[in-house]
Design a protein around this ligand. Structure first.
Ligand code: NAP
Length: 551
């Protein structure tokens, strides 16, 4: 115990997205003096910011919502199997209002720095508006995909029309009718935008550097009667989510890829292609993720589907990835995406043949020619996973900077704590279970675990908790080794820390961002740590304790 003055807060949560909303609920229920600091003007995180046309879940809505309150589950009616952004934001607001959480949130409250005061065992926070706050514990709910990135090309600021990153799509309606629109990128975001606006704009030109594998979302409305049925199955639904590696209802096909005939494989794939959601990725044979030949056979199947949907064979070939197989990058789900290219007003520019050179006052210039536009949409992705951490000046014991510690990639204990950064928790941090799962399922797990740990700390009257160096090293090594089994280690995607727009994140250097062991193993592991009295964590003046085995 220190003799220093008490901090203003027991806990400060940064971020009022899905994670921050649930975390503050748990803290308030414990009677802790806690607040949420949110940089944006309102709550919602991802669903507050990403207002681009077509933004919607690709998790089944009823597996995305919070599971912690039966009353909430009984009250809320998801209107679509994959609900759209406006409804998702309404849902998060409904949750915040129902549990009276808004009064524990501060908006337009951007945290610029967080410095650990070792003498007092607390965090000192500086906000962009000049305010200073202190808190015993700091909980980061700052998102995995919350720092948008623009191409590193000249002239972005010189464009005289309207331009925005999809993350900053304007809140007021954008007039698209008759407009010449460019979309740069063909990731999950672009695939949603392109399909949605193709028939609403005058002319649409898609600038593609590398195509992505994609399969139908197969969305549909949910009637009152269906919702009654879903409510009756909620226990079963969440039990299935906790059983499956991805935190979805989709369970992998347990038959061996090579144990069944080619006809049986195709029969499964035909069925999955018509089904809603991620079944095509997650209810497939497990070898798709680990075996080159199995992956190639399935990729050829999907390529054929694309050829059948796109009328111009040359365009179809351009839309088929050649540098990676299906599912080794995050699979976007689409609604009539490929059919958009059959429209006379939609054009595809292949940047791998004619790279982007600069943005001009009137549009975009490639090595081949100049294009004129009224609107440029940058669907160019995010400084993923660690970007949001790098954007706050976080300093731990001895003044160590987190951005420096993580320069070559994150190292964590369970994705939740960091050695050298006491009293800091990440319910959905890098290397935790959430990044590779249905986020809210992972987030609830992480928040519950952090809250239990806080209760443990309070019950013992501790003021300081820190992961040991050994525990962190073991976990990070465990996460790293798992990549060796996965084909995804070869992919140029944010799962491996690739982003050509972020210095140091170019291709070729894998960052071990994601825990690939699946939700059940992750949950078993963190529960085991807790059951063993939080081995791998030292409290107050304790000396080093034995580190937990990683798996
Ligand atoms: P992304 O997957 O990283 O895609 C970015 C796209 O922009 C890629 O096609 C990339 O091409 C292209 N690009 C980036 N910089 C470029 C440049 N300088 N010049 C030309 N092209 C450039 O980002 P995202 O589409 O925003 O998706 C990120 C993640 O957000 C998804 O994987 C998903 O997890 C999440 N998301 C979820 C949903 C949902 O739940 N429904 C919807 C959207 C997004 P390269 O491939 O060549 O790098």
């Amino acid at each position: 115990m220190t003799g220093s003055p008490a901090p203003q807060y027991d806990a400060v949560v940064i971020g009022a997205g899905v994670c921050g909303i649930y975390q503050i609920k748990r803290l308030v229920d414990l009677g802790m003096r806690a607040t949420v600091l949110e940089a944006a003007a309102d709550l919602g995180g991802t669903w507050y910011n990403n207002r681009y046309p077509g933004a919607r879940f690709d998790s089944e809505s009823y597996t995305y919502g919070f599971s912690f309150s039966r009353e909430l589950l009984d009250e809320w009616h998801w209107k679509e199997r994959f609900s759209g952004q406006p409804e998702n934001l309404r849902y998060l607001n409904y949750v915040a209002d129902k549990f009276d959480l808004r009064r524990h949130m501060q908006f337009n409250a951007k945290v610029e720095s967080a410095v650990f005061d070792e003498a007092a065992d607390l965090w000192q926070l500086c906000l962009a508006d000049g305010r200073k706050l202190t808190s015993r514990f700091l909980i980061l709910g700052i998102g995995l995909l919350s720092i948008p990135t623009l191409p590193r090309v000249e002239g972005i600021e010189t464009f005289k029309g309207r331009s925005f990153h999809t993350f900053h799509w304007p809140h007021e309606p954008v007039e698209l009718a008759g407009k010449r629109v460019a979309v740069i990128g063909t990731g999950a975001t672009a695939i949603q935008v392109i399909a949605e606006i193709a028939d609403k704009v005058g002319d649409l030109t898609v600038f593609q550097r590398r195509p992505n594998w994609s399969a139908p979302l197969n969305n549909s409305p949910i009637s009152e009667a269906e919702m009654v049925e879903i409510r009756s199955r909620y226990d079963e639904i969440f039990a299935a989510c906790s059983r499956t590696p991805g935190g979805f209802e989709h369970e992998p096909d347990r038959r061996g890829f090579y144990e069944v005939t080619r006809e049986e494989r195709v029969a499964l794939w035909d069925q999955l292609y018509e089904q809603p959601g991620f079944g095509i990725w997650l209810a497939n044979f497990r070898e798709i993720f680990t075996d080159e030949a199995a992956n190639a056979e399935f990729s050829a199947y999907i390529a054929d589907r694309i050829r059948r949907r796109v009328k111009d064979p040359k365009v179809a070939e351009k839309l088929i990835p050649k540098d990676h197989g299906f599912g080794v990058q995050r699979v976007p789900l689409e609604t009539q995406y490929f059919e958009a290219y059959n429209r006379p007003n939609v054009h595809l520019v292949d940047l791998s043949e004619t790279p982007l050179v600069r943005v001009t006052e009137t549009g975009l210039q490639t090595t081949e020619r100049e294009f004129a536009f009224d609107i440029i949409v940058y669907a160019t992705g995010f400084d993923a996973i660690t970007g949001a951490y790098d954007h706050i000046d976080i300093r731990g014991a001895g003044g160590e900077r987190l951005a420096e510690k993580w320069r070559d990639g994150p190292s964590t204990f369970l994705g939740v704590m960091i050695h050298g950064f006491p009293n800091l928790f990440m319910p959905a941090g890098p290397q935790s279970g959430s990044a590779s799962t249905n986020y809210p399922r992972g987030i609830e797990t992480g928040v519950n675990w952090c809250t239990d740990l806080l209760q443990h700390i309070r019950a013992h009257g501790y003021v300081r908790a820190e992961a040991t160096a050994e525990a962190e090293a073991r976990w990070t090594d465990h996460v790293t080794k798992m990549y060796a089994m996965m084909l995804m280690r070869k992919a140029k995607s944010w799962f491996t820390g690739y982003n050509s727009n972020v210095p140091g994140h170019e291709a070729g250097r894998v960052r071990y961002f994601v825990y690939n062991g699946g939700a059940p193993k992750y949950v078993a592991r963190i529960n085991d740590v807790a059951a063993k009295g939080y081995e791998g964590i030292v409290f107050d003046g304790e000396s080093e304790r034995p580190a937990a085995a990683a798996d």
